[in-house]
Ligand binder design. Structure first.
Ligand code: KG4
Ligand code: ZN
Length: 341
């Protein structure tokens, strides 16, 4: 079979990223310019600053990705770019760059859904993985439980009703003084704490088996911290981190395993920044072993935002016949499975 070489571009949030991917699974280059240190000063992503930084970096990042992969624009079969969901001003930078190259060099353009990218990171990491499987996508912006029916074919089983899992990590981290991004910091601090020390509530939604809710848990942590302050009691932040993390991990694990068992799936994958959480990986590995399910997760660099995952998703979309025109626009609230253009 002929090799399909794709340039992936990702600028939906705070990473400017470009990658060259062959046949959806082989990464030739994966360049990520992170803005995290810049946003840390503000305690979170500032959309206007994100857009400006993307504009400054995008050409350089694309050139580096092509150079490192020893690939010329003429060698590309398609350009895949995230066109939603995300910050509109940030998305527009990647979409405009992709359209400019597509137009100048007459290279097919494939718009990719950001979540589809996260899911596809598993195809890079695990060459043998094929649909169908259940995928838990948990990041700073999303918490979705997805049934991957086929390449590029998804059914959303559940989603968060309020905060995303990563967002809850970030907010709790800020409350206990750890800074942004909170996930990795809570993950590290929790190792020194007792996860059974404080019982935080796990939200159970009466009307849905698979939806999530994290805002009640976040409020419970904030209330606990307030009460300690009022009573002049010292806060053991490691115990708070470990107990909070356990509450999130338990609910993510329970829903994912329930979906796999109920729908008769034998494979479970995770994706998104929270998928690199060590407690979640441990809990899912144990639960999957107990149920006879195979468990997959990408390595940390492919869990958080990157363009290799967009190149991978773009390949399967390209193979399915997806092509976008130069009228492709950024869609900040794009739904998974929804097409535009
Ligand atoms: O996938 P991602 O880079 O961006 C979005 O698409 O949102 O995910 C970033 C999120 C942040 O909220 C970050 O705190 C969280 O993933 N995260 C983690 C860990 N590493 C990153 N959460 C928990 N444990 C981690 N080890
Ligand atoms: Zn993401």
């Amino acid at each position: 079979m002929e090799n399909i070489t794709i340039l992936g571009i990702e600028t939906s949030c705070d990473e400017t990223a470009a990658a060259v991917v062959v046949n959806g699974r082989e990464v030739k280059s994966n360049i990520i310019s992170s803005q995290i240190p810049l946003h840390t000063i503000y305690g979170g992503v500032v959309p206007e600053i994100a857009s400006r930084k993307h504009i400054e970096k995008i050409n350089q990042v694309i050139e580096e990705a092509l150079d490192k992969a020893d690939t010329a624009l003429e060698d590309l079969d398609a350009i895949a770019v995230t066109y939603g969901p995300g910050l509109v001003g940030a998305l527009l930078v990647g979409v405009s760059a992709a359209k400019a190259i597509s137009y100048a060099k007459n290279i097919p353009l494939v718009g990719v859904h950001h979540i589809e990218g996260h899911i596809s990171a598993n195809y890079i990491e695990h060459k043998e993985l094929e649909p169908p499987f259940i995928c838990l996508v948990a990041s700073g912006g999303h918490s979705h439980l997805v049934r991957v029916l086929d390449y590029g074919k998804y059914e959303i089983l559940g989603r968060t009703r309020d905060d995303a899992a990563g967002e809850a990590f970030d907010k709790v981290a800020r409350a206990i003084g750890l800074g942004y991004p909170g996930g990795p910091k809570i993950d590290a601090l929790a190792k020194e704490g007792d996860a059974e020390a404080i019982i935080f509530p796990k939200a159970k939604l009466e009307d849905s088996l698979y939806d999530f809710s994290f805002s009640g848990l976040k409020s419970a942590v904030l209330n606990y911290l307030n009460q300690c302050e009022m009573k002049n009691e010292p806060v053991n932040t490691a115990n708070v981190a470990a107990s909070f993390q356990k509450a999130v991990v338990d609910v993510l694990t329970e829903h994912t395993i329930l979906a796999a068992k109920t729908l008769g799936m034998d494979k479970v994958a995770t994706a998104g920044g929270v998928a690199s959480n060590s407690a979640l990986q441990k809990a899912l590995q144990l639960a999957c072993d107990a149920e006879g399910l195979a468990y997959y997760h990408p390595s940390p660099v492919l869990c958080t935002d990157n363009a290799a995952m967009i190149g991978a998703a773009g390949y399967f979309e390209y193979r399915n016949g997806t092509r976008h025109g130069l009228d492709l626009n950024a869609v900040p609230n794009l739904k998974l499975g929804e097409r535009q253009g």
